[in-house]
Design a protein around this ligand. Structure first.
Ligand SMILES: [Zn+2]
Length: 390
């Protein structure tokens, strides 16, 4: 009995400490009295927990704050450089890695182009990127506290990549591979889920409780924030809307279905169309999102038309999304977000022609300013939060 009571006290203390830290992270600078007010804990408990958190270097005291009279209270601040987090977004044609502090501020970033998608090669690129980011982390009490990886595919709850059609990956136990190599907690997450979380925390979606993030890269994935929380479905496979059929008798997709949305509205669709129309004077190698944007900038009508076409198809899919979720905000993210100038008008027009008028109430369509960073920031934040909760 006695052992049980001590255990319960231990659990309660841990929970209270976590609550005090969370409160300071959310609203610092705060005084001890303010923390007691917000959390409902008594002042003695708060003082003792604050003492522990200072010892553990999670928080620190700053100079006195403002007081309504009498002695000015000492303010407490979150020590966001107590540790660092790594977030990596595996695009299909790029790898983006960031090192952030515990607040999500980026200290360093690394980018690599990916020409080959086979797992052994990407694994080596991942290892070398992670090594560089770990080596670059400033000295801190806790060092690198976690590594998060965003993957464009379905990921099981235990961090296995079940299927990533555009990488041609099947049943790859990415979490175990990384855990064997590093003695650091690893989180593997679908990149659209991570992107949705990144937008909610750091980007366009801060004020939204119902946010749908459409990650448009080589494929299309969708992440959902519903009622303020990331929604992942029964097994974590929700949001595979790149594979919703928008053309019943359309082309065969790598997923096995026909007429999938991503065959018409993704970066891959854009590049394939450009190759088909042979609109670049140079050889196929140089057809890329960037080269097509350059052409559009120069007034090339074919390139401009191709972007409009992507906007049209995005509008069709976004209308379906709006009908399913009735969101406050739809954010177009990942690499295609950088083509806003060329796709925004046709997307908006297509949507306006299809949408039911009541769905337009309070609905905003935005383009991500974080672009491909949203997913990397999202997985880095998952890692930091995971660490701070413990
Ligand atoms: Zn498909």
């Amino acid at each position: 009995m006695k052992g049980e009571r001590t255990w319960n006290q231990h659990v309660v203390k841990k929970e209270n400490k976590s609550l005090v830290l969370k409160t300071i992270i959310q609203s610092s600078p705060l005084s001890r009295a303010e923390i007691a007010n917000i959390t409902g804990l008594n002042k003695g408990t708060v003082s003792s927990l604050v003492h522990d958190l200072i010892e553990e270097k999670f928080i620190f005291e700053s100079g006195p704050g403002t007081s309504s009279g009498g002695r000015r209270p000492v303010m407490l601040l979150f020590n966001e450089t107590a540790g660092y987090s790594i977030g990596i977004n595996i695009g299909v044609n790029y790898l983006l890695g960031i090192l952030t502090d515990l607040n999500g501020d980026i200290c360093l970033e690394k980018q690599m182009k990916m020409d080959v998608q086979s797992f052994p090669i990407i694994k080596d690129q991942l290892f070398s990127m992670i090594r560089e980011l770990i080596e670059a982390a400033p000295k801190s009490p806790y060092g690198v506290v976690g590594i998060g990886i965003g993957v464009p595919g379905t990921v099981s709850k235990d961090g296995k990549v079940l299927l990533a059609p555009n990488l041609n990956w099947k049943n790859i136990d990415l979490q175990s591979v990384l855990e064997e190599k590093y003695n650091i907690p690893i989180i593997i997450e679908n990149e659209a889920n991570a992107g949705a979380y990144g937008e909610k925390k750091f980007g366009a979606g801060k004020e939204s409780e119902h946010l749908i993030y459409v990650s448009v890269g080589i494929g299309i994935g969708v992440g959902m924030i519903l009622n303020g929380k990331l929604y992942k479905g029964n097994n974590g496979f929700s949001g595979e809307l790149g594979h919703m059929s928008i053309n019943v008798s359309g082309d065969l997709c790598r997923c096995g279905n026909e007429g999938c949305w991503e065959l018409y509205a993704s970066e891959q669709a854009l590049i394939q169309q450009a190759k088909k129309l042979n609109i670049l004077p140079v050889d196929d190698q140089d057809v890329s999102l960037e080269s097509l944007m350059e052409l559009a900038e120069k007034g090339n009508k074919d390139a401009i038309h191709l972007f409009e076409r992507i906007g049209n198809y995005l509008g069709v899919g976004v209308n379906n999304i709006v009908n399913i979720f009735n969101p406050q905000e739809v954010v177009i993210g990942n690499r295609m977000a950088s083509t806003e100038k060329w796709i925004e008008a046709s997307l908006t027009k297509q949507l306006a022609e299809r949408i039911q008028s009541f769905q337009e109430q309070g609905l905003q369509i935005k383009f991500s300013k974080l672009s491909s960073y949203a997913a990397a920031l999202g997985v880095a934040a998952f890692s930091s939060e995971n660490f701070l909760q413990k």
